[in-house]
Design a binder for this molecule. Structure first.
Ligand SMILES: Nc1nc2c(ncn2[C@@H]2O[C@H](COP(=O)(O)O[C@H]3[C@@H](O)[C@H](n4cnc5c(=O)[nH]c(N)nc54)O[C@@H]3COP(=O)(O)O)[C@@H](O)[C@H]2O)c(=O)[nH]1
Length: 957
C-alpha cells in the first residue's frame, strides 16, 4: 500500500498566493484611490454647489435689499402700504430673508410727534430699546434709528419701533453703509424677534434725502434719513439657501453627496466661532492620515471666501471620515474577488503541485523500476555479448590456432570427425570436407605399428584424456611428427558427447632434437662422431672390453701436409678433403667401430676386438691406403698421406682420455719419423711428448732470456757469383736441448701467438746485423726475413718494420721481407694493401715457396713484389722430375716477364745449379753454396769475398 506523502506547500502555490495577495492589495489600493478621488471630485463639485447656493442666496438678498432701497430712492417718501406691497413678493421669492424693514432716523425733537402718529396705527407704540434684556421705551437721545416699516409683521412685531442705534454693534455697519451707500452687514447678534438661540444679522443700506447729490461721505452722512434693512436669521439663511438650491431634500449633502457634509459659513475670513453664522458637524477639524484614504472616505475640505455686504464671508465644507464601505465597496469586492482568485489559484497550484508530486513520485518509482529492469537487461545483454564474444573469441582462436584442432563424435566405433580447423587442413593437406565423417586414424593408417596409437585408442575407450607422439602422414604421403592431445567433451548431463584433439606438428622440433643430438655428438662437417660421442663410445667399449677381456685399439690419425693444402687451396677445399678422408676412413672399418673427428685434420678410431675378427696392423694399413688414394679437388689431383698413432687398451691406458692421449703421442712420433707411417704407443713416446710440452713452456721465456739467434744463409747471384743477400733463419739455443731448429718451435710459436714478438725481434736483429756488416765494410748484402701468417695479420706490422729500420739505421732497400705464396693469396686485397705499405717504406718483397700454391697471374701482377723464390721441393727434383724442371723453368720465365728477380732455394747439387743457370735463374740459395751459418761466420764469408766457384758452375753446366 502506497503511503500518503506528507503535506507540504508547494513553492508555486506559495508564490502564487503571495503574488495574488500583492496584486489584490495593489488592485484594492488602486480602486480605493480611484474611489477616493471620485468621492473627492464629487464632493468638491457639490461643495462648490453649496458655496454657490449660499453666495447666490446672499446676493439675492442683497439684491432684494437694494430693490427695496431703490423704492425709497425712487419715491423719496414711501408709505407703509407701498412698502408692504413692494416687500411681500420679494420676501416670498427670498425665504432666506427673515424680514425687510425700513429704519427711520428720528430726532429727539420729533420723537413725540412721531410716536403719536404711529400710535394711530399701532396703539401703544413707542420707540423702544432693550434695557436689561427687556424691551422698554427708548431712553431719550438725540437721534433714534427706529424700525418704522417691517415686513412681514408677523413674527417680527417686537422689532417695530425698536431703536436700532441702541445696539452699539450695528454702528460700524451703519456708518459703513452711510459712507458707501452700499449694503453693509452687521455682526451677529440676538435678534429681538428671536425666540430660540439662533443669532442673526442685519444688512443695512442707507436711504438719503431725495434729490440730494451725494458726493462724499459727509454729504452722505448729512443726507441720510434712514435705512432699508434686511434681517437674517443666520442659520436659517444658510439652511434655506442650501434648501432653496436643492429643494426637496433636507440637505444637499444627504441627497447628492451621500455623505455627511459639514458646512461652516462665517462672516469672517478666518475661522471664528463668534462669526460662525452656520455650522454643522465638527468643522473645521479634518482627520488626516497617510493612508486614511485607503479605509476612509474623507475628501479635502472645500473652502471659499467672498465679499458681500462689506463683509468677508467664508464658507467651508468638509465631510467627516467615514469607513469607505459605507458608500463604496467596489474596491473591497475587488479585493475579496482578487484574494479569492489568488487563493483559488494558489489552491489550484497546490493541487497541481501535489498532483505533479504524486505523478513525479510515480514517474520516479516507474523510472527506478525501469532503470532496474533496464540495468538487468543491459547486464543480461552484456553477459550475452560477453558470452557471444567469448564464444566468437574461442571460435576465432580455434580458427587462428597454428595447431590442428579436431572435434570428433564420441560414438564408437567410428568416432567420426565433426570439425577440423584451418591449421589441420594446412598441416595434413586434407580439406575439412575430406575428413569430416571419417576416423582420425586416417592420418596414421599406413603406419599402425606405433605405441602412441594404442594410447589414443585407450583414451577413447576409457573416455579419458591422453597424449601420444605419432608419426602422421599428410595427404601427399609425407610423414610429419604429431604430438596429439585428446580429451573427452561432456554434455550438460555429464556424458561424453565428443572428443577434442589438439595436434601439434612437432616435426621441426623432432628435427631440431635430432640436429641437436647430432651437434652434440657429431662432427658437423663429416658427420662422424665428435669428441663427446667418441668418449661415450670409447667408455662403452672399455666397459665391454673390461667385462669380456678384449683389447681395444685407439687410432689417432693426422693428415700429412693438410695445413699446406688448406692454406693453399682454402678452407672449402680443405673441407672437401676432410669429408673425403672421413668417408674413406669410415668405409675402411666395421660399422660397429667408431670413427670420430677431433677437429682439424685429426681423426680417432675406436676398434674393439671381436671374437670373430682380431685386430691387426692390416687394419691400420688399410686405413692409410684408403686415405692415400688420389683425390681430385677443384681439378687438382692430390696425394695425401697420414700419420697414425695407436694406443691399446688395457696396456696403454684404462680411460678414454688416456688412450686418446697416448694415441696422439704415438701419432707425433710417427710424424717425426717421416710421416706416412704409424706408430704404436710406447712409454718413451710419452716422454717426448712431455718434452714438447716443456718446449712450449720454455718458448714463452726464450725471448726474455735471449735464447734466440739468427743464422744467415747466403744468396748468390748466378751471373756475378757473388753473395748479394742473406736469409735470416732463426735458431733457439735451448739451455737443455741445445740448438733447436725452427721446424720444432715456429709452428708452436704460431699457435701460441708468440711468433709476433719473436718475429719482430728477428726483423730488428737482422737489420741490426746487416747494418753492422755494412759498417764493418763487408759490402751491402740485403737481408731477407721470413714473415709468418700471424705477423702478416698484425696491425702494426708496417710500423714494426719501419721502427726496425729507423732504430738500426739500415736503408730500407737492404731489407727483404719474405712472404709465402699461400699467405698472400689467402686474402689478396689485404695482402696488396700491406705489401704496398711495406713497399712504400722502400723494402724489398719476395714471395717464398713459390710454386706450391695457386697464385693467379693477375694477382701476381697486382702484388708490388720484387722477387719470386722457387720452392725447394721443385728445385730438389728438377734433375729427376721433368715436371718439376718444367715448372721451375716456367717460374723463371714468368718472373722475368713480370720483371721480377728469381731465386731458387734448396740448391744442393751442381746439377741443380746448372739447370738453374741454364734457365737464367737470377740467384740461388742452398747447401750447395752454404748452409745457414752464425752471423760471425757469415761476416767472415763476406769479408773473405766468398764467391760461387766458376769451375763448378761452369763444369756442371
Ligand atoms: N717466420 C719465420 N720462419 C722462419 C724463421 N727462420 C726460419 N724460419 C722458417 O723455418 C723453416 C725451417 O727453417 P730452417 O730449418 O732454417 O731451414 C731453412 C734452411 O736451412 C733450409 N735449406 C736451405 N737450403 C737448403 C738445402 O739446400 N737443402 C735443405 N734440405 N734445406 C735447405 O730451408 C729453410 C729455409 O727455407 P725458406 O724459408 O723457405 O727459404 C723454414 O720454413 C723457414 O722459413 C724466422 O725467423 N721466422
Amino acid at each position: 500500500m502506497r503511503s500518503r506523502p506528507p503535506f507540504s506547500l508547494s513553492m508555486a502555490a506559495v508564490l502564487t498566493l503571495i503574488l495574488g495577495v500583492v496584486i489584490s492589495a495593489i488592485l484594492f489600493a488602486s480602486l480605493r484611490r480611484l474611489e477616493h478621488d471620485n468621492a473627492d471630485i464629487e464632493f468638491r463639485q457639490h461643495a462648490k454647489l453649496h458655496v454657490v447656493a449660499i453666495q447666490k442666496s446672499l446676493d439675492n438678498s442683497m439684491r432684494v435689499l437694494t430693490d427695496i432701497n431703490q423704492l425709497f430712492v425712487a419715491f423719496g417718501n414711501v408709505s407703509r402700504e407701498q412698502f408692504r406691497l413692494f416687500a411681500e413678493p420679494l420676501l416670498a421669492r427670498n425665504p432666506t430673508i427673515q424680514a425687510l424693514n425700513y429704519q427711520r432716523l428720528v430726532y429727539e425733537a420729533d420723537r413725540l410727534a412721531y410716536e403719536a402718529g404711529m400710535r394711530e396705527q399701532f396703539p401703544g407704540f413707542s420707540i423702544t430699546e432693550k434695557i436689561n434684556g427687556v424691551l422698554a421705551p427708548a431712553r431719550p437721545r438725540d437721534r433714534y434709528r427706529v424700525v418704522d416699516y417691517i415686513e412681514p409683521m408677523q413674527g417680527n412685531e417686537p422689532a417695530l419701533g425698536f431703536d436700532a442705534d441702541s445696539y452699539g454693534m450695528q454702528q460700524e455697519a451703519m456708518q459703513r453703509a452711510i459712507d458707501t451707500g452700499e449694503p453693509s452687514a452687521t455682526g451677529l447678534f440676538q435678534l429681538l424677534q428671536e425666540r430660540g438661540t439662533q443669532r442673526g444679522f442685519i444688512v443695512l443700506m442707507p436711504v438719503y434725502r431725495h434729490g440730494i447729490t451725494l458726493t462724499d461721505a459727509p454729504s452722505r452722512r448729512a443726507a441720510v434719513i434712514g435705512f432699508t434693512a434686511a434681517v437674517f436669521r443666520s442659520s436659517d439663511l444658510i439652511a434655506k439657501a442650501l434648501a432653496v438650491e436643492n429643494p426637496g431634500s433636507l440637505t444637499m449633502a444627504e441627497r447628492d453627496i451621500d455623505i455627511n457634509v459639514d458646512v461652516g459659513a462665517l462672516m469672517n475670513p478666518v475661522w471664528d466661532e463668534q462669526s460662525l453664522i452656520y455650522g454643522t458637524g465638527k468643522l473645521p477639524s479634518i482627520e488626516k492620515s497617510a493612508f486614511g484614504w485607503l479605509l476612509y472616505d474623507q475628501p479635502q475640505p472645500y473652502r471659499q471666501v467672498f465679499q458681500i455686504a462689506g463683509k468677508t464671508w467664508r464658507v467651508e465644507i468638509a465631510t467627516p471620515s467615514t469607513l469607505f464601505t459605507k458608500r463604496s465597496s467596489n474596491a473591497l469586492w475587488a479585493l475579496l474577488a482578487a484574494l479569492l482568485f489568488s487563493g483559488g489559484t494558489a489552491f489550484c497550484m497546490q493541487i497541481m503541485a501535489n498532483r505533479s508530486r504524486r505523478i513525479q513520485k510515480l514517474v520516479d518509482e516507474r523510472t527506478l523500476q525501469l532503470r532496474s529492469v533496464n540495468e538487468d537487461l543491459i547486464a543480461d545483454i552484456a553477459a550475452r555479448k560477453r558470452t557471444e564474444q567469448a564464444l566468437q573469441l574461442r571460435q576465432r582462436a580455434i580458427e587462428a590456432s597454428a595447431n590442428a584442432i579436431i572435434i570428433t563424435s564420441a560414438t564408437a566405433p567410428d568416432y567420426a570427425i565433426e570439425y577440423v580447423n584451418p591449421a589441420f587442413e594446412r598441416i595434413t593437406g586434407y580439406t575439412a570436407a575430406e575428413v569430416i565423417g571419417r576416423n582420425l586414424g586416417l592420418l596414421w593408417e599406413k603406419d599402425r605399428e606405433q605405441s602412441g596409437i594404442k594410447e589414443i585408442r585407450g583414451c577413447t575407450l576409457e573416455q579419458r584424456e591422453g597424449h601420444a607422439v605419432l608419426r602422421n602422414y599428410r595427404k601427399d604421403g609425407a610423414m610429419f611428427w604429431s604430438d596429439l592431445y585428446i580429451a573427452p567433451v561432456r554434455d550438460d548431463a555429464g556424458n561424453v558427447s565428443h572428443y577434442v584433439a589438439a595436434q601439434y606438428d612437432i616435426t621441426s622440433t623432432k628435427r631440431y632434437e635430432s640436429e641437436l643430438e647430432f651437434q652434440t655428438n657429431r662432427d658437423a662437417l663429416t658427420g662422424l662422431a665428435n669428441r663427446n660421442l667418441l668418449r661415450d663410445r670409447l667408455g662403452q667399449a672399455i666397459s665391454y672390453a673390461y667385462r669380456y677381456g678384449h683389447p681395444i685399439w685407439v687410432l689417432f690419425v693426422d693428415l700429412d701436409r693438410f695445413k699446406f693444402i688448406n692454406d693453399t687451396l682454402g678452407h672449402q677445399a680443405g673441407d672437401v678433403l676432410l669429408k673425403a678422408v672421413a668417408d674413406r676412413v669410415q668405409s675402411s672399418v666395421r660399422d660397429t667401430d667408431t670413427v670420430a673427428r677431433m677437429g682439424g685434420d685429426e681423426f680417432v678410431l675406436v676398434l674393439p676386438e671381436r671374437t670373430d675378427a682380431g685386430l691387426s696392423t692390416g687394419i691400420v694399413k688399410r686405413i692409410m691406403d684408403a686415405i692415400a688414394q688420389p683425390l681430385t679437388i677443384e681439378g687438382h689431383e692430390f696425394f695425401i698421406s697420414c700419420s697414425i698413432g695407436v694406443s691399446v687398451y688395457p696396456s696403454d691406458g684404462a680411460t678414454p682420455e688416456e688412450l686418446i692421449k697416448h694415441a696422439d703421442v704415438a701419432m707425433y712420433r710417427a710424424k717425426e719419423t717421416g710421416r706416412n707411417n704409424f706408430q704404436f704407443y710406447t712409454s718413451e713416446m710419452n716422454e717426448r711428448a712431455l718434452e714438447r710440452l716443456r718446449i712450449e713452456g720454455d718458448l714463452r721465456n726464450a725471448l726474455e732470456r735471449n735464447e734466440f739467434v739468427l743464422y744467415y744463409q747466403p744468396q748468390v747471384d748466378l751471373r756475378t757469383r757473388e753473395i748479394v743477400g742473406v736469409e735470416a733463419l732463426i735458431r733457439w739455443q735451448h739451455p737443455e736441448f741445445g740448438m733447436v731448429p725452427p721446424i720444432r718451435f715456429i709452428g708452436l710459436a704460431e699457435e701460441t701467438g708468440l711468433i709476433v714478438p719473436i718475429g719482430a725481434w728477428a726483423i730488428q736483429e737482422a737489420c741490426r746485423q746487416c747494418k753492422k756488416w755494412q759498417k764493418e765494410g763487408l759490402g751491402h748484402p740485403r737481408v731477407a726475413v721470413n714473415l709468418s701468417a700471424r705477423q702478416f695479420t698484425q696491425q702494426d706490422l708496417v710500423d714494426c718494420v719501419a721502427a726496425a729500420l729507423n732504430e738500426t739505421g739500415l736503408a730500407a732497400e737492404y731489407l727483404e721481407i719474405e712472404l709465402t705464396e699461400s699467405l698472400v693469396m689467402a686474402d689478396v686485397d689485404h695482402a696488396i694493401g700491406i705489401l704496398r705499405e711495406l713497399k712504400a717504406l722502400g723494402v724489398q718483397l719476395s714471395i717464398d715457396d713459390f710454386g706450391t700454391g695457386y697464385s693467379s697471374l693477375s694477382y701476381l701482377k697486382r702484388f708490388p713484389i720484387d722477387v719470386l723464390k722457387i720452392d725447394r721441393s721443385f728445385v730438389n727434383d728438377i734433375t729427376i722430375d721433368p715436371d718439376d724442371a718444367a715448372i721451375v723453368a716456367s717460374i723463371i720465365s714468368l718472373a722475368h716477364s713480370l720483371r721480377l728477380q728469381v731465386i731458387a732455394e734448396g740448391v744442393e747439387t751442381i746439377e741443380q745449379l746448372g739447370y738453374l743457370r741454364k734457365h737464367e735463374c737470377d740467384q740461388i740459395q742452398g747447401y750447395f753454396f752454404s748452409r745457414p751459418i752464425p752471423a760471425e761466420a757469415m761476416g767472415r764469408m763476406l769479408q773473405d769475398g766468398h764467391r760461387l766457384q766458376a769451375e763448378s758452375a761452369g763444369t756442371l753446366i
